[in-house]
Design a protein around this ligand. Structure first.
Ligand code: SF4
Length: 63
């Protein structure tokens, strides 16, 4: 299964991903972006978030 992963070392917390796709990404208690746990991620929406992340720090990972 593919899941979206955020490289938090490059993330500037611009909020773009979780404002655009709150069902996919959220700010966790530690103050970092993370993917919302899901059984199945929308490939189209994640690819959009990847495309629009200004830091290129969202990518797919096979788990
Ligand atoms: S769009 Fe990219 S840089 Fe902006 S908060 Fe999301 S992961 Fe971080």
């Amino acid at each position: 299964m593919k899941v979206p992963v955020i490289d938090i070392s490059d993330c500037t917390l611009c909020a773009g991903c979780y404002e655009m796709y709150p069902e996919l990404f959220r700010l966790n208690d530690a103050g970092y972006i993370e993917a919302v746990a899901s059984e199945c991620y929308s490939e189209v929406d994640v690819n959009d978030a990847i495309k629009y992340c200004p830091q290129d720090c969202i990518h797919w990972e096979e788990v």
